[in-house]
Design a protein around this ligand. Structure first.
Ligand SMILES: NC(=O)c1ccc[n+]([C@@H]2O[C@H](COP(=O)([O-])OP(=O)(O)OC[C@H]3O[C@@H](n4cnc5c(N)ncnc54)[C@H](O)[C@@H]3O)[C@@H](O)[C@H]2O)c1
Length: 478
């Protein structure tokens, strides 16, 4: 936990009055941070390992006037993220609600970075109005609320946190395995209705049974470890060859997995190959009396086929957390208007229906806050675009503290022939310590560290590179 807030003075650049140097004083290493030896946040580790003391970040391309670097955080993003940005010296405006497109268009022009969750839409119109914006953070899993192409074309990387809630989903699946095996929710509901119905028929321990995991990625592999600790035998099926964890075994075909498993759980993305990947034919291959769990995406299981198998008693139960159509918000009905089979599914015994809560835990939200704020901070301070969903992923090792005249050039440009020749011609009088570039579609991103650059040279370099024909956005960090 960071225990004190230190004001960060903002100085006008001696070179360019339009350029603001955020001077971190006292140096970062002197920040008052109380860290328990076992509980360090991502930001604390980043500050200690990467930033080091006294990193300064003059921004030379975009006119940042004389105000501080400003970050807009909407939709009640975690206080941890707010604190982390403030400790990096950024001015943070923090709001609990989402903003409409009009509100964004009116106000976005004063911000250099924005953090949102899923309700704020960053449209092409918003991006056009965002004259100072250099980065967008989605403090959630998905990014389809952002016009990713428009953002990339404006030189703005978008960061998210796709895997922060893997553990939460894996734990939910473990609870569902046991709840289904013991018909727990039906018994609990009966008790709440005042009915005593003690039974052991068709109630099982999970120990010694076989769990079949479809998709052995972040969630599937976490689940594998937890399940083995409960004494389950774990099989998995994945389109990639993956090193099994523990004693888990990769199966050559989906059919082989379905035939051997007492529980089948899905952890695949939704794509043309996975839509309805479990339908009548696949369910018929599952063992009689087995269970199906879907916490992945709504369309990977053919629900009418599942309903039929449950009614025929071929399957003994199912747990579903995700649906082809989901209500827009809390308090809204989950009914046949939304999904034609909703009431039928709701009426079947030993079926657990949850409202897409797989990743909804305080821990996952905290991790999302840490991960996305760290990705944004790294991009703003160091130019690292790793983890961006719409941008080439480029990184360079950090500039040493004892290299005060070394600068970092971060040049977003159109991916077209001749750009590197132009840039390298401009850099040719200097010593380029290290350089790396990559492209994604029409957008390319180059990072270069250049030594022995004087204050006057910094401005000249920035102007020349910004004037190249393919330039989208050039920042110089020093
Ligand atoms: N219920 C929730 O709240 C919740 C929360 C987080 C994630 N999810 C969903 O869980 C799913 C898995 O997430 P993850 O983080 O583990 O993803 P991941 O990308 O880490 O893993 C997905 C795995 O599926 C495999 N795969 C892809 N296509 C396949 C196919 N046709 N057959 C077999 N395997 C295939 C991939 O090779 C990969 O190993 C995603 O759909 C995600 O949207 C749901």
């Amino acid at each position: 936990m960071v225990s004190s807030s230190i004001p960060i003075p903002v100085q006008q650049s001696p070179v360019n009055p339009n350029v603001v140097t955020i001077s971190r004083s006292p140096p970062m290493a002197a920040l008052s941070i109380s860290v328990s030896p076992t509980q360090t946040t991502l930001h604390e580790r980043f500050r200690r390992n990467s930033l080091g003391p006294a990193i300064r970040a003059p921004r030379l391309l975009r006119p940042i006037d004389k105000d501080e670097f400003r970050i807009l955080l909407l939709e009640n993003i975690s206080q941890g993220a707010v604190d982390a940005f403030k400790h990096q010296g950024f001015q943070v405006d923090h709001f609990t609600k989402a903003w409409s497109e009009d509100e964004l268009v009116q106000n976005i022009g004063q911000y250099h970075a924005i953090g949102i969750r899923s309700k704020t839409k960053i449209t092409q119109r918003v991006i056009k109005a965002a004259s100072k914006l250099v980065a967008i953070g989605c403090f959630c899993i998905g990014t389809n609320q952002v016009d990713l192409d428009s953002a990339a074309r404006a030189g703005i990387p978008v960061f998210n946190s796709p895997f922060s809630n893997s553990r939460s989903v894996a734990e939910l699946v473990m609870s569902e395995l046991i709840a289904l095996s013991r018909q727990l929710l039906d018994r609990a509901r009966e008790m709440k209705e005042g009915l005593w119905n003690k039974t052991s028929k068709n109630c099982w321990e999970v120990r010694g049974k076989t769990l079949g995991i479809i998709g052995y990625g972040h969630i599937g592999s976490q689940l594998s470890v937890l399940a083995e600790a409960f004494g389950l035998r774990v099989l998995f099926y994945d389109i990639l060859n993956i090193m099994p964890l523990g004693s888990a075994r990769q199966m050559p075909t989906l059919q082989a997995l379905l035939r051997e498993s007492d529980y089948v759980t899905l952890h695949v993305p939704e794509d043309p190959d996975t839509i309805n990947m479990i339908s009548t034919e696949q369910i018929a291959q599952m063992k009689k009396g087995s269970y199906l769990i879907n916490n992945a995406r709504g369309r990977v299981v053919d629900i009418p086929a599942l309903i039929q198998a449950l009614k025929d008693r071929h399957l003994a139960g199912a747990a579903i957390d995700v649906y082809p159509a989901e209500p827009a918000g809390n308090g809204q009905p989950f009914d046949d208007k939304l999904n034609a089979w909703a009431s039928e599914l709701r009426s079947i015994p030993n079926v657990i229906l949850t409202p897409h809560i797989g990743g909804s835990t305080e821990e996952a939200q905290r991790m999302i806050g840490e991960e996305v704020s760290l990705a944004l901070t790294r991009y703003l301070n160091l130019g690292t675009s790793f983890g961006s969903v719409n941008f080439p992923e480029v990184d360079l090792r950090a500039i040493d503290i004892d290299q005060p005249n070394q600068i970092r050039l971060c040049h977003v440009h159109h991916n077209q022939p001749g750009v590197l020749r132009q840039v390298n011609e401009i850099l040719s009088p200097y010593n380029v310590e290290k350089q790396y570039s990559d492209s994604k579609g029409d957008i390319a991103y180059l990072m270069a560290d250049i030594s022995d650059v004087s204050q006057q040279d910094v401005e000249r370099l920035q102007e020349k590179i910004s004037a190249t024909s393919a330039n989208i956005l050039t920042r110089v960090l020093a």
